[in-house]
Every structure is written in C-alpha cells, then in structure tokens.
Design a protein around this ligand. Sequence first.
Ligand code: ATP
Length: 416
Amino acid sequence: MNLATQIEQYLPRQLLELVKDISEQAAEQEQRVYLVGGVVRDMFLGYPNFDLDLVVEGDALKLAQQVAEASHAKLLTHHRFGTAKLRYRDFTLDMATARKETYAKPGALPTVTPSTLNDDLIRRDFSINAMAVSLTPNDYGELIDPHQGKSDLEHRLIRILHPRSFCDDATRILRAVRYEQRLGFGIEPRTAQLLKRDIPMLDTISGDRIRHELELIFKEKLPELAIKRLDNLGVLSKISLSLKGDGWIAEKFDRARRLKKPHQLPMLYFCLLIYSFSENEIEQFLTRLNTSATLSRAMRDTLHLKTSLPLLDKPAMKPSEIYYLLREYEPLAVQANAIATESPIVHQHLQLFLTKLRYVRTSLNGGDLKRLGIPVGPEIGQVLHALHKAKLDGEVKTRAGEKKLVRSLKNTWHTC
Ligand code: ATP
C-alpha cells in the first residue's frame, strides 16, 4: 500500500518540504528513513498530529546534522541514545536510529543496540503504533505494517505485539487504557487477558514512570474515562489501594476543566484523585509516585484544608477571617476543595479567596508608614496588618482612607 498522496494531503506544506528534504538527504547518505508511530496511526484516523517521529536505518545523528544545516532547522542531539530533535518553524521532529531492545529484568529500562526497522517496530507497545511509512525516494510512501496495525485500526482494537509485552514494560497497561479510551477502541481479548494477568508487574515500575503515565492520562480530553476503566480493571488499586475512578471523580474532573486552563489541569486532577485519602494513604502515594515537592505540597494541602472546611461553613464570615484561614494553603489546594465541597457556602468562601482576597494589597508600605510617623519596629508590622485587614473587609478602599486609618491608630496609641 502506498501512502504518498495521503502524506501530501495530511502534512502542512512547510513540514512536507522538510520531510522531502530529509528524504533526499537520506538517499544521498544511502540511509533509509521512515515515518513511525503515532503520526502514521493518526494519519489513518484523520486526526492532526504533526510531532513527527522518524526512524533511520543507519545513523540518525549524521542525517539530522545534515538536514539541520540544509534547512536551517534547530538541532538538539542525544549522542548516548542516538536520537536528535529538530525544531523547524512551529514543528518538532524526532529522529532516532532504528534500535533493538532487550530487557534484563521486567520493568527495567531496556538495553538498546542499533538495528533494523523491523526490530524497532517489534519493541513498540501496540500494533496501531507499530506501523511505518518509508520516506526513502525509491519506495516513498510505502506502508510497512508487520503487525497488522492497519487492520487493528479498522477493527478498533488495541493489541500488544507479543505475550511478554506487559511483563517487559507494565507502563503499557496504562498506555493501553489511555489509547483505548481516547480513541473509543476496545482492548483485544487476548491482550485484555494478559493485561489482567500482568497487573502485579506494575510493582516493577518506578514511581517516576507511573507518575509520567498518569500525567499523560491527565492530558487527555476526558481523563476520567481512563481512570474509571483502570479502576474497573483493578489497575488503580495496584497503584494505591484507596484510588477510585467512580462517578464522583468524573463529575469533579468535569468541573475542574470548566475552571482551569489545560496546562494547570494535571496537578488539579491529582489533588481531586486523592481527595478521599487519609494522611497515611497520601504519604504512601507520594512516596510510590516520587512526586515533586510542588505536587506533594498541593496534595497534602488539599487534605489538610479538607479537614478545616467546617470552619468555613458559616454564612456570615468576614472576608479577613476567610483570608487568614486560607492564606497558608497552596491556591491549587483551595481550588481542589472549592470543586470538591458539597457546601455552597464553603464553595463561595473558597472562590472569594481565589478570585479576590488573595490579591488584596495595601497601598501604603513600610516607608509610607515611617513618613506618617509610625516608629520603626514591631509597630510598622502591626499597622500594616491592621490596614490589610481593614482593606480585606472593605472598611478602607483608597490610599487616603488608609492614611486616615493610620492617623487614627496613632491617636489611639497616644491616648493609651
Ligand atoms: P500520543 O503522543 O498521541 O499519545 P504517540 O504514539 O506519539 O502518541 P509517544 O508517547 O510520543 O506516543 O511515543 C511514540 C511512540 O513510541 C509510540 O507510538 C510507541 O510506538 C512508542 N512507545 C512509547 N512508549 C512506549 C512503551 N512504553 N513501550 C513501547 N513502545 C512505546
């Protein structure tokens, strides 16, 4: 099957020009080069995906260097892995030398040696990601599909390439569910059997790799679908016994999406995912996933704040009271609680903090107070605090109002 016409129609013009350049340079160097992975899959599905992955039978770095010079693309090389990244206008293109992988033990990172396209395809996760299209001039556009990826695409199936696949790399369990849910496919029955058999292999995977796969799920349009499926398959409980993917999660993730910009969502999803955890459970989870200090703090704060929510469940609270209760928490934790709480009053108070109170600043600063005759020392801090509180509560609104308050505070001190 030849896809030359499809490539022409699918790729934006500038990217197509770059691909043609690569094709010519590869022929000059007598190397063979292929388009592989997600882009081939998405081209068949008609979904835009212009982060191209290329595999070179030969030396990807040598080819990438020549392409970078000829087309003025920016080049980043990774000599140890034989990979290169080209940035060209708005596009990025990854080039790698075709490689063979062997796993010393389950879950370990593989040992990699340069090899052929076929070896490179068989190390991949699923048949739909293991297709290649030749870019070499003499057979430009030819589909190479040794694992029947095209047929699986047509039958809407996620299928592994060999029975040890999940043992070699159990992150593929999470990946299978991610693709299944993103594409609305099914996991092929034998693959599903092996997936369930190999769930215990998740214990062989490092925290960083599990977390990375969860982050990829959280970048999907509707991550709750994958989370629910992982729960039903018994995968979530292998990561942490208390993780759930129920209707509550679906509803709260949906609310989170309406509030936050996409790049802020993954951390918020994490905070919602652990909302029913106890202190012990969260500590185990943070250790298992080796989470960054920032993410750990957001999740811990989410649970600490949750225990303090009853203090915010009073209709007549002063803004300053709300502010002092919340100021020490990560805003993301406040946001997670605003989404999670069932109390409209608590929700309103948390939103008030997020949208207004945390930005309230006094107009006067320490220098201004000195000029107004406040002695240098603890008094400056006390007056600033009083000004801030009055501003939060709407008792002063302008700079002149703040000055007036400073003078009245001075008078009270003098009369004391
Ligand atoms: P998308 O970015 O749309 O999720 P992609 O196919 O581009 O899809 P990447 O995560 O960028 O996904 O990976 C590129 C390719 O590398 C995949 O298509 C797959 O063939 C291969 N791959 C990635 N992770 C694994 C893995 N854990 N095991 C085997 N192959 C993998």
